[in-house]
Design a protein around this ligand. Structure first.
Ligand code: GLC
Ligand code: GLC
Length: 644
């Protein structure tokens, strides 16, 4: 990836179809500071950018002018990019697979709920380090309407922070402190919509023609009715369908809440303006941008308006722009959709990393059923990713848990997807005899039978009642996230087994949304007990820290390559990490996880192809595999297999 030298520039340029645009830019901006490296990257990635844009806007008469305006915006952002980030760019370019490391570990939190404000969070960096974090996702801190803002996902300005959190300068300083502490900052790019208080939305509401073209506004129900024949409802509790009516009678596209107006990317100016916002966010020192709601960003009549090919062109165009103007910026895809669609967003040219909602949902499924069949199948068939990409493996997020497994996969195991989802919903909202889970329904839709689950990991694992297995369940789920490859992500609070916070029902702007039940304020008293192993918090904290510390010293857990290991025991998940001959010690790690409250045995025959001796690194015990293996209730083993 060495930049072209000046001498090699000329031959390349003649191959670029937009040579005229590049030359015009060169002429206009060529003397500006920072132009040279920008220009070199443009030569490397400009063609890709142009071809993605051409798939979206190539039919427009002024296409070249569109590209030129976009690149001008990108250059402005590049010229503002701080020197220290340019150095970081060079480092990351020299080691593009840095995020595959077994030392990368993520955490996520709301600034206000976890630490009060940005300064408060800065003060808690040592605690983040104590846990071993090297990646921190802050839920959107941007300016947003009060009190209704979907937890910050209704952005009124991408250039200001919520006043209650502090100032942009505070965010900047926090970013620097995190960088110094070896923690990569992760922020959202909420680019499917803005809030209805964004200046563009306000101007559109007032009738400004230019800004009206930024959104999907309709004079009457004619088109909305046609679209609604094929689009699904995301937040049916708040408004049916996908549109909301304005005071003047017009209708606006609102996939999520009525105060979240979908942006119209059919308009190239929207792409340009949002690209500028994206690159400015990158200039704060963000290393992963969480690409919010990627599935929804392009609409076409007669389709579900999800996962359209244009959504991919759009992301790849953003990706190419990032390579040019903020090279160390990586994208994390948030696509909580069918597993085939989830992977469609993952590639080095699109989103380098992605949430793994399938693994997340199936972890919970296995806890409920005490059977690992669906999870094992997912590891077998849906875990492998292209080189240069990685999963973000998580146990739960700030959002609900949706049962996004593929019905086809379930059917192969004799499971009816619809019925099974009904069972899972009953199980996790404690309408199933004997369930340990205390979840709350989210967007229960009687019309479709659809429902999702809210609840903290601890409450779903059984911490709300006296249940001897609750801690082991929580550690089991995190143990899989920590050992199955990619970037593990901890929802902060889970390390202290924080349970549901039912008080959200009294808070304005939160009461109607049950996801707030699993977004509790940081519990300082629980935090104070984290080093006391006689408390439940202390046990979970110590258990998690132990796994994290082990992982840090196991290069075999880097990357995402994994081989499923069928244990021939319905309740025990198995997989092997690492290759023979990788040169690392241990060469291979066999992970076994018992998803039931009963002791489980793995027959010797199943283990016969493995070396005779193995050490479980978690319990630090040696095992003779010729005798088979016994796992205690919810026990996990990380068995180091010596080279034979
Ligand atoms: C994403 C967020 C979710 C939000 C939605 C709309 O899915 O994770 O919290 O409600 O986008 O922005
Ligand atoms: C996301 C998902 C949807 C999820 C919602 C937030 O974009 O696509 O399934 O439930 O937004 O809750």
């Amino acid at each position: 990836m060495t930049p072209d030298t000046a001498d090699s520039v000329t031959p390349v340029i003649t191959q670029i179809p937009n040579a005229a645009v590049v030359q015009r830019l060169n002429k206009r901006l060529g003397r500006r500071k920072g132009w040279k490296p920008f220009y070199q990257r443009l030569l490397q990635h400009g063609e890709r950018l142009r071809s993605e844009l051409s798939a979206l806007y190539g039919d427009l008469d002024d296409f070249d002018a569109i590209v030129e305006r976009l690149l001008t915006t990108a250059f402005e952002c590049w010229s503002e990019r701080p020197e220290v980030l340019r150095q970081r760019d060079a480092e990351r370019e020299a080691q593009p697979d840095w995020f595959q490391s077994n030392t990368l570990l993520g955490g996520v939190c709301y600034v206000d709920l976890y630490a009060g404000d940005l300064k408060g969070l800065e003060a808690r960096i040592p605690e983040l380090q104590e846990l071993g974090l090297s990646y921190l996702h802050l839920m959107p801190p941007y300016l947003c309407p009060e009190p209704h803002n979907d937890g910050g996902y209704a952005v009124s300005s991408y250039r200001d922070v919520k006043r209650s959190l502090g100032t942009m300068a505070d965010l900047q300083r926090l970013a620097e402190r995190l960088r110094e502490a070896g923690i990569s900052l992760v922020l959202d790019f909420v680019f499917n919509h803005t809030s209805d208080e964004h200046e563009w939305a306000q101007a559109a509401r007032a009738g400004d023609p230019e800004c009206s073209g930024y959104y999907y506004l309709f004079p009457d129900r004619t088109l909305p009715d046609q679209y609604e024949r094929t689009v699904r409802e995301i937040f049916p509790d708040e408004h049916p369908g996908a549109f909301s009516q304005l005071a003047d009678g017009r209708w606006v596209w609102t996939t999520f809440h009525s105060y979240q107006w979908d942006l119209n990317y059919g308009n190239p100016e929207v792409f340009r303006a949002m690209a500028g916002e994206m690159l400015r966010i990158a200039n704060l020192g963000v290393e992963f941008l969480r690409m919010d709601a990627v599935a929804f960003v392009w609409k076409r009549l007669g389709t579900p308006c999800e996962n359209l090919p244009e959504a991919h062109h759009l992301l790849r165009a953003y990706n190419a722009l990032a390579r040019i103007a903020a090279p160390s910026l990586l994208f994390k895809s948030e696509a909580i959709v069918h597993p085939d669609d989830v992977v469609s967003y993952i590639s080095p040219e699109e989103c380098q990393v992605s949430y793994n909602p399938l693994q997340m949902a199936l972890l919970w499924n296995s806890l409920a059923t005490r059977e690992v069949n669906m999870l094992q199948l997912a590891l077998e068939e849906r875990h492998a990713l292209p080189p240069g990409t990685a999963w973000v493996n998580y146990v739960r997020s700030h959002d609900d848990i949706g049962w996004t497994f593929a019905d086809e996969d379930a059917a192969r195991l004799g499971i009816n997807g619809f019925d099974h989802r009904q069972f899972l919903n009953r199980f996790f909202v404690n309408r199933f005899e004997g369930s340990f889970a205390r979840g709350v329904p989210f967007q229960d839709n009687p019309a479709t039978g659809d429902c999702r689950i809210s609840g903290t990991a601890a409450s779903l694992c059984g911490f709300e009642q006296v249940d001897v297995h609750a801690a082991a369940r929580l550690l089991l789920l995190y143990g899989v996230a920590l050992s199955s490859g990619g970037i593990p992500l901890i929802y902060l609070g889970d390390e202290l087994a924080q349970t549901n916070d039912y008080a959200y029902v009294h808070e304005d702007g939160k009461a109607e949304d049950s996801r707030w039940v699993h977004r509790p304020r940081y519990d300082a008293e629980a935090g104070a007990r984290r080093h006391d192993p006689s408390t439940p918090q202390g046990r979970v904290y110590a258990g998690l820290r132990h796994l994290i510390a082990l992982r840090r010293h196991l290069p075999v857990l880097a990357g995402g390559q994994l081989t499923p290991f069928w244990t021939h025991n319905r309740a025990v998940l198995g997989y092997v990490r690492g290759d023979v001959g990788s040169g690392h010690a241990p060469e291979r790690l066999l992970v076994l996880a018992n998803f039931s409250e009963d002791e489980q045995h793995i027959a010797a025959g199943v283990l016969s192809a493995l070396p005779g001796q193995a050490t479980d690194l978690i319990a630090a015990t040696g095992h003779r595999l010729a005798q088979g293996l016994t796992l205690q209730p919810y026990q996990m083993m990380w068995l180091a297999l010596p080279q034979r």
